[in-house]
Design a binder for this molecule. Structure first.
Ligand code: OSB
Ligand code: MG
Length: 369
Protein backbone atom coordinates (compact mmCIF):
# COMPACT_ATOMS: atom_id res chain seq x y z
CA UNK A 1 0.00 0.00 0.00
CA UNK A 2 1.04 3.55 -0.71
CA UNK A 3 -0.16 6.27 1.62
CA UNK A 4 -1.77 8.87 -0.63
CA UNK A 5 -2.35 11.81 1.69
CA UNK A 6 -1.23 12.82 5.15
CA UNK A 7 -2.85 15.53 7.22
CA UNK A 8 -1.03 16.72 10.34
CA UNK A 9 -2.38 19.20 12.84
CA UNK A 10 -1.33 20.55 16.16
CA UNK A 11 -4.11 21.15 18.63
CA UNK A 12 -4.80 22.71 21.99
CA UNK A 13 -7.64 21.12 23.95
CA UNK A 14 -7.94 22.45 27.54
CA UNK A 15 -8.24 20.06 30.48
CA UNK A 16 -11.11 20.31 32.96
CA UNK A 17 -8.42 21.01 35.59
CA UNK A 18 -4.66 21.63 35.45
CA UNK A 19 -2.58 18.46 35.89
CA UNK A 20 0.48 18.89 38.10
CA UNK A 21 3.35 16.41 38.40
CA UNK A 22 6.55 16.55 40.46
CA UNK A 23 8.13 18.86 37.90
CA UNK A 24 5.60 20.59 35.66
CA UNK A 25 1.96 21.48 34.98
CA UNK A 26 -0.18 20.57 31.97
CA UNK A 27 -3.09 22.89 31.21
CA UNK A 28 -4.21 21.38 27.92
CA UNK A 29 -3.61 18.53 25.51
CA UNK A 30 -1.01 19.83 23.02
CA UNK A 31 -0.79 16.78 20.82
CA UNK A 32 -0.28 16.30 17.11
CA UNK A 33 -3.13 14.58 15.28
CA UNK A 34 -2.21 12.55 12.19
CA UNK A 35 -4.64 11.42 9.50
CA UNK A 36 -3.54 8.97 6.79
CA UNK A 37 -5.52 8.29 3.63
CA UNK A 38 -5.15 5.38 1.21
CA UNK A 39 -7.35 3.17 -0.92
CA UNK A 40 -10.48 5.11 -0.05
CA UNK A 41 -10.04 4.70 3.71
CA UNK A 42 -8.44 6.74 6.47
CA UNK A 43 -6.79 6.24 9.84
CA UNK A 44 -6.18 8.57 12.76
CA UNK A 45 -3.38 8.75 15.30
CA UNK A 46 -2.27 11.01 18.14
CA UNK A 47 1.28 11.94 19.11
CA UNK A 48 0.61 12.98 22.73
CA UNK A 49 3.57 15.30 23.21
CA UNK A 50 3.46 17.97 25.89
CA UNK A 51 3.82 21.74 25.52
CA UNK A 52 7.38 21.57 26.88
CA UNK A 53 10.14 18.94 27.18
CA UNK A 54 9.31 18.04 30.79
CA UNK A 55 8.24 14.39 30.49
CA UNK A 56 10.56 13.46 27.64
CA UNK A 57 12.58 15.46 25.11
CA UNK A 58 9.69 15.99 22.70
CA UNK A 59 7.37 18.99 22.50
CA UNK A 60 4.56 19.98 20.19
CA UNK A 61 7.02 22.25 18.37
CA UNK A 62 9.66 19.54 17.83
CA UNK A 63 7.08 16.94 16.84
CA UNK A 64 5.52 19.38 14.36
CA UNK A 65 8.86 19.90 12.61
CA UNK A 66 9.75 16.19 12.70
CA UNK A 67 6.35 15.16 11.38
CA UNK A 68 6.25 17.63 8.48
CA UNK A 69 9.86 17.64 7.41
CA UNK A 70 11.02 14.09 8.10
CA UNK A 71 8.38 11.53 9.00
CA UNK A 72 5.52 12.33 6.61
CA UNK A 73 7.86 12.53 3.57
CA UNK A 74 9.46 9.19 4.56
CA UNK A 75 6.08 7.52 4.87
CA UNK A 76 4.80 8.94 1.56
CA UNK A 77 7.88 7.45 -0.14
CA UNK A 78 7.45 4.01 1.44
CA UNK A 79 5.30 1.07 0.53
CA UNK A 80 3.71 -0.69 3.49
CA UNK A 81 1.96 -4.05 3.60
CA UNK A 82 1.12 -4.10 7.33
CA UNK A 83 1.03 -1.51 10.12
CA UNK A 84 4.25 -2.90 11.62
CA UNK A 85 6.05 -1.73 8.47
CA UNK A 86 5.71 1.87 9.67
CA UNK A 87 7.96 0.99 12.61
CA UNK A 88 10.50 -0.37 10.12
CA UNK A 89 10.26 2.70 7.87
CA UNK A 90 11.17 4.87 10.87
CA UNK A 91 13.99 2.69 12.31
CA UNK A 92 16.59 5.08 10.91
CA UNK A 93 15.09 7.93 12.93
CA UNK A 94 16.71 8.47 16.32
CA UNK A 95 14.43 9.34 19.23
CA UNK A 96 11.29 11.39 18.48
CA UNK A 97 9.24 8.33 19.34
CA UNK A 98 5.98 10.11 20.13
CA UNK A 99 6.03 11.85 16.75
CA UNK A 100 6.69 8.47 15.10
CA UNK A 101 3.91 6.82 17.11
CA UNK A 102 1.34 9.30 15.82
CA UNK A 103 1.86 7.91 12.30
CA UNK A 104 2.13 4.30 13.44
CA UNK A 105 -1.19 4.48 15.35
CA UNK A 106 -2.86 5.98 12.29
CA UNK A 107 -1.57 3.10 10.15
CA UNK A 108 -3.06 0.50 12.53
CA UNK A 109 -6.36 2.35 12.39
CA UNK A 110 -6.23 2.57 8.58
CA UNK A 111 -5.50 -1.14 8.12
CA UNK A 112 -8.16 -2.06 10.68
CA UNK A 113 -10.77 -0.02 8.87
CA UNK A 114 -9.80 -1.49 5.50
CA UNK A 115 -9.89 -5.05 6.85
CA UNK A 116 -12.96 -4.57 9.05
CA UNK A 117 -11.06 -5.68 12.17
CA UNK A 118 -10.89 -3.97 15.54
CA UNK A 119 -7.49 -2.82 16.77
CA UNK A 120 -7.84 -5.07 19.81
CA UNK A 121 -8.36 -8.12 17.56
CA UNK A 122 -5.43 -7.11 15.34
CA UNK A 123 -3.11 -6.84 18.35
CA UNK A 124 -4.22 -10.13 19.93
CA UNK A 125 -6.37 -8.65 22.69
CA UNK A 126 -8.20 -11.13 24.90
CA UNK A 127 -10.56 -8.95 26.97
CA UNK A 128 -13.75 -7.02 26.24
CA UNK A 129 -13.24 -4.70 29.23
CA UNK A 130 -10.02 -3.34 30.70
CA UNK A 131 -9.43 -2.39 34.35
CA UNK A 132 -8.61 1.27 34.77
CA UNK A 133 -7.68 3.78 37.43
CA UNK A 134 -7.12 7.49 37.69
CA UNK A 135 -3.93 9.52 38.04
CA UNK A 136 -4.25 12.34 40.59
CA UNK A 137 -1.95 15.35 40.26
CA UNK A 138 -0.17 17.18 43.09
CA UNK A 139 -2.75 19.13 45.14
CA UNK A 140 -2.37 22.32 47.21
CA UNK A 141 -2.94 20.47 50.51
CA UNK A 142 -4.11 17.16 51.95
CA UNK A 143 -7.68 18.35 52.43
CA UNK A 144 -7.92 19.17 48.71
CA UNK A 145 -6.34 15.81 47.85
CA UNK A 146 -8.88 13.86 49.91
CA UNK A 147 -11.70 15.80 48.21
CA UNK A 148 -10.35 15.01 44.74
CA UNK A 149 -9.73 11.32 45.49
CA UNK A 150 -13.13 11.04 47.11
CA UNK A 151 -14.84 12.34 43.95
CA UNK A 152 -13.01 9.75 41.83
CA UNK A 153 -13.84 6.92 44.25
CA UNK A 154 -17.49 8.05 44.13
CA UNK A 155 -17.33 8.03 40.33
CA UNK A 156 -16.29 4.35 40.50
CA UNK A 157 -12.50 4.29 40.21
CA UNK A 158 -11.06 1.45 42.29
CA UNK A 159 -7.41 2.24 41.60
CA UNK A 160 -5.78 5.59 42.26
CA UNK A 161 -2.31 6.87 41.47
CA UNK A 162 -0.89 9.84 43.37
CA UNK A 163 1.75 12.10 41.92
CA UNK A 164 4.47 12.59 44.54
CA UNK A 165 7.55 14.76 45.05
CA UNK A 166 9.80 15.64 48.02
CA UNK A 167 7.57 17.40 50.54
CA UNK A 168 4.46 15.83 48.96
CA UNK A 169 4.98 12.10 49.38
CA UNK A 170 4.72 10.31 52.73
CA UNK A 171 1.95 12.36 54.34
CA UNK A 172 -0.43 12.58 51.36
CA UNK A 173 0.03 8.86 50.71
CA UNK A 174 -0.61 8.05 54.37
CA UNK A 175 -3.75 10.22 54.39
CA UNK A 176 -5.23 8.49 51.33
CA UNK A 177 -4.31 5.03 52.63
CA UNK A 178 -5.87 5.72 56.05
CA UNK A 179 -9.07 7.06 54.47
CA UNK A 180 -9.43 4.16 51.98
CA UNK A 181 -7.75 1.06 53.48
CA UNK A 182 -8.81 -1.19 50.57
CA UNK A 183 -8.20 1.12 47.61
CA UNK A 184 -5.64 -0.08 45.07
CA UNK A 185 -3.06 2.66 45.45
CA UNK A 186 0.22 3.54 43.71
CA UNK A 187 2.48 6.60 43.38
CA UNK A 188 4.41 8.26 40.54
CA UNK A 189 7.45 10.53 41.12
CA UNK A 190 8.24 11.40 37.47
CA UNK A 191 12.02 11.20 37.98
CA UNK A 192 12.36 13.69 40.86
CA UNK A 193 14.35 11.67 43.44
CA UNK A 194 17.95 10.51 43.59
CA UNK A 195 19.42 7.34 45.01
CA UNK A 196 20.55 9.10 48.19
CA UNK A 197 16.86 9.58 49.05
CA UNK A 198 16.32 5.81 49.24
CA UNK A 199 15.50 5.89 52.98
CA UNK A 200 12.73 8.42 52.42
CA UNK A 201 11.30 6.35 49.55
CA UNK A 202 11.44 3.22 51.74
CA UNK A 203 8.92 4.88 54.08
CA UNK A 204 6.37 4.34 51.30
CA UNK A 205 6.69 0.58 51.94
CA UNK A 206 4.29 1.07 54.89
CA UNK A 207 1.29 1.89 52.66
CA UNK A 208 0.69 -1.35 50.78
CA UNK A 209 1.24 0.27 47.37
CA UNK A 210 0.94 -1.64 44.10
CA UNK A 211 4.12 0.09 42.88
CA UNK A 212 6.32 3.18 42.99
CA UNK A 213 6.63 4.62 39.47
CA UNK A 214 9.82 6.18 38.08
CA UNK A 215 11.40 7.55 41.28
CA UNK A 216 14.83 8.22 39.70
CA UNK A 217 16.14 9.91 36.56
CA UNK A 218 14.20 9.69 33.29
CA UNK A 219 17.08 7.91 31.55
CA UNK A 220 18.34 5.77 34.44
CA UNK A 221 18.16 2.00 34.76
CA UNK A 222 21.24 1.19 36.88
CA UNK A 223 20.35 3.24 39.98
CA UNK A 224 16.78 1.94 39.85
CA UNK A 225 18.25 -1.57 40.17
CA UNK A 226 20.15 -0.44 43.27
CA UNK A 227 17.08 1.26 44.70
CA UNK A 228 14.85 -1.76 44.06
CA UNK A 229 17.06 -3.81 46.39
CA UNK A 230 16.26 -1.34 49.17
CA UNK A 231 12.48 -1.28 48.68
CA UNK A 232 9.81 -3.90 49.34
CA UNK A 233 7.36 -2.17 47.00
CA UNK A 234 7.93 -2.97 43.31
CA UNK A 235 9.47 -0.18 41.28
CA UNK A 236 7.63 0.47 38.01
CA UNK A 237 9.56 2.09 35.18
CA UNK A 238 7.85 4.59 32.88
CA UNK A 239 10.17 7.27 31.37
CA UNK A 240 13.24 4.96 31.29
CA UNK A 241 11.69 2.36 28.99
CA UNK A 242 11.68 3.89 25.51
CA UNK A 243 12.21 0.70 23.48
CA UNK A 244 12.08 -3.10 23.71
CA UNK A 245 15.86 -3.05 24.27
CA UNK A 246 15.46 -0.78 27.28
CA UNK A 247 12.87 -3.19 28.67
CA UNK A 248 15.30 -6.07 28.25
CA UNK A 249 18.06 -4.13 30.01
CA UNK A 250 15.76 -3.27 32.92
CA UNK A 251 14.65 -6.89 33.25
CA UNK A 252 18.22 -8.23 33.09
CA UNK A 253 19.40 -5.73 35.71
CA UNK A 254 16.31 -6.37 37.90
CA UNK A 255 15.69 -2.64 37.94
CA UNK A 256 11.91 -2.99 38.38
CA UNK A 257 9.11 -5.41 39.22
CA UNK A 258 6.58 -3.81 36.89
CA UNK A 259 6.65 -1.89 33.59
CA UNK A 260 4.28 0.88 32.51
CA UNK A 261 3.82 0.58 28.74
CA UNK A 262 2.81 3.75 26.93
CA UNK A 263 2.73 2.92 23.24
CA UNK A 264 3.47 6.54 22.36
CA UNK A 265 6.63 6.58 24.51
CA UNK A 266 8.11 3.59 22.66
CA UNK A 267 7.27 4.69 19.11
CA UNK A 268 3.99 2.83 18.67
CA UNK A 269 2.04 -0.36 19.11
CA UNK A 270 4.60 -2.56 17.36
CA UNK A 271 7.24 -1.86 20.01
CA UNK A 272 4.62 -1.86 22.78
CA UNK A 273 3.53 -5.36 21.81
CA UNK A 274 7.15 -6.57 21.81
CA UNK A 275 7.66 -5.20 25.32
CA UNK A 276 4.40 -6.83 26.43
CA UNK A 277 5.59 -10.22 25.12
CA UNK A 278 9.05 -9.86 26.67
CA UNK A 279 7.56 -8.98 30.06
CA UNK A 280 5.09 -11.89 29.90
CA UNK A 281 8.03 -14.21 29.31
CA UNK A 282 9.97 -12.72 32.24
CA UNK A 283 6.99 -12.71 34.64
CA UNK A 284 6.89 -8.90 34.81
CA UNK A 285 3.33 -7.53 35.01
CA UNK A 286 2.58 -4.55 32.78
CA UNK A 287 -0.09 -1.87 32.63
CA UNK A 288 -0.96 0.81 30.13
CA UNK A 289 0.03 4.34 31.09
CA UNK A 290 -1.46 7.49 29.65
CA UNK A 291 -0.39 10.90 28.35
CA UNK A 292 -3.72 12.69 28.89
CA UNK A 293 -4.73 11.75 25.34
CA UNK A 294 -7.82 12.77 23.40
CA UNK A 295 -10.26 10.04 22.40
CA UNK A 296 -8.03 9.30 19.39
CA UNK A 297 -4.95 8.27 21.39
CA UNK A 298 -7.02 6.84 24.23
CA UNK A 299 -8.65 4.32 21.87
CA UNK A 300 -5.21 2.91 20.95
CA UNK A 301 -4.31 2.62 24.64
CA UNK A 302 -7.56 0.80 25.47
CA UNK A 303 -7.00 -1.70 22.62
CA UNK A 304 -3.43 -2.36 23.78
CA UNK A 305 -4.58 -2.84 27.39
CA UNK A 306 -6.81 -5.71 26.22
CA UNK A 307 -3.71 -7.92 25.76
CA UNK A 308 -3.28 -10.71 28.36
CA UNK A 309 -0.25 -9.52 30.38
CA UNK A 310 -1.82 -6.12 31.09
CA UNK A 311 -2.66 -7.42 34.55
CA UNK A 312 -2.70 -4.12 36.48
CA UNK A 313 -5.23 -1.29 35.93
CA UNK A 314 -4.25 1.32 33.34
CA UNK A 315 -4.03 5.13 33.57
CA UNK A 316 -6.86 5.23 31.04
CA UNK A 317 -9.68 7.18 32.60
CA UNK A 318 -13.04 8.17 31.16
CA UNK A 319 -13.00 11.07 28.69
CA UNK A 320 -14.86 13.38 31.11
CA UNK A 321 -11.99 13.11 33.60
CA UNK A 322 -9.88 15.07 31.09
CA UNK A 323 -12.11 17.16 28.83
CA UNK A 324 -15.41 19.00 28.84
CA UNK A 325 -15.80 17.86 25.26
CA UNK A 326 -13.57 15.35 23.43
CA UNK A 327 -12.64 15.44 19.73
CA UNK A 328 -14.47 12.15 19.15
CA UNK A 329 -18.16 11.29 19.06
CA UNK A 330 -17.33 8.07 20.90
CA UNK A 331 -16.06 9.19 24.33
CA UNK A 332 -15.00 6.52 26.85
CA UNK A 333 -17.34 6.09 29.82
CA UNK A 334 -16.42 4.37 33.10
CA UNK A 335 -18.32 1.12 33.78
CA UNK A 336 -19.48 0.47 37.36
CA UNK A 337 -16.71 -2.12 37.87
CA UNK A 338 -13.90 0.41 37.19
CA UNK A 339 -13.42 -0.77 33.60
CA UNK A 340 -13.66 0.71 30.12
CA UNK A 341 -15.21 -1.30 27.31
CA UNK A 342 -12.88 -2.19 24.44
CA UNK A 343 -14.25 -0.90 21.11
CA UNK A 344 -15.22 -3.62 18.62
CA UNK A 345 -15.67 -1.40 15.55
CA UNK A 346 -13.00 -1.56 12.81
CA UNK A 347 -9.68 0.12 13.63
CA UNK A 348 -9.57 2.07 16.88
CA UNK A 349 -13.31 2.64 16.70
CA UNK A 350 -12.72 6.36 17.33
CA UNK A 351 -15.23 8.51 15.43
CA UNK A 352 -13.55 11.85 14.97
CA UNK A 353 -15.75 14.94 15.38
CA UNK A 354 -14.07 16.89 12.60
CA UNK A 355 -15.87 20.17 13.14
CA UNK A 356 -14.92 20.25 16.81
CA UNK A 357 -11.39 19.06 16.04
CA UNK A 358 -11.07 21.96 13.55
CA UNK A 359 -12.13 24.37 16.29
CA UNK A 360 -9.21 23.30 18.54
CA UNK A 361 -6.65 23.11 15.70
CA UNK A 362 -3.88 25.74 15.80
CA UNK A 363 -2.21 24.78 12.53
CA UNK A 364 -2.74 22.13 9.87
CA UNK A 365 -0.83 20.86 6.82
CA UNK A 366 -1.63 18.46 4.01
CA UNK A 367 1.01 16.41 2.24
CA UNK A 368 0.44 14.24 -0.81
CA UNK A 369 2.54 11.87 -2.87
O1 OSB B 1 3.99 9.94 34.23
O2 OSB B 1 2.31 8.74 33.86
C1 OSB B 1 2.86 9.84 33.78
C2 OSB B 1 0.46 12.44 32.35
C3 OSB B 1 1.31 13.16 31.54
C4 OSB B 1 2.64 12.83 31.51
C5 OSB B 1 3.12 11.76 32.28
C6 OSB B 1 2.27 11.02 33.08
C7 OSB B 1 0.91 11.38 33.13
C8 OSB B 1 -0.07 10.73 33.98
C9 OSB B 1 -1.53 10.80 33.58
O3 OSB B 1 0.20 10.21 35.04
C10 OSB B 1 -2.01 9.58 32.88
C11 OSB B 1 -3.34 9.78 32.19
O4 OSB B 1 -4.37 9.81 32.87
O5 OSB B 1 -3.37 9.90 30.94
MG1 MG C 1 4.52 8.01 34.96
Amino acid sequence: MKIERIEIRRIELPFVAPFETSGWRELANHSLIVRLQAEGAEGWGEAPVGAGPWYNEETQATAWVMARQILAPMLLEASIARPEDVDTVFTRVRGNRMARAGFEFAAWDLFGRLEGRSLSAMLGGTRAQVDVGVSVGVQPDIEALLRVVSAYVEAGYRRVKLKIKPGWDIEPTRAVRETWPNLRLQVDANSIYSLDQADQLAQLDAFDLLLIEQPLAHDDIVDHAKLQRRLRTPICLDESIVSPEHARWAIELQACGVINIKPSRVGGLTAARQIHAMCAEAGIPVWCGGMLETGIGRAANVALASLPNFSLPGDISASERYFQRDVVRSPFVLNSDSTLSVPTAPGTGAEVDEAFLDSVTLEKVDLTR
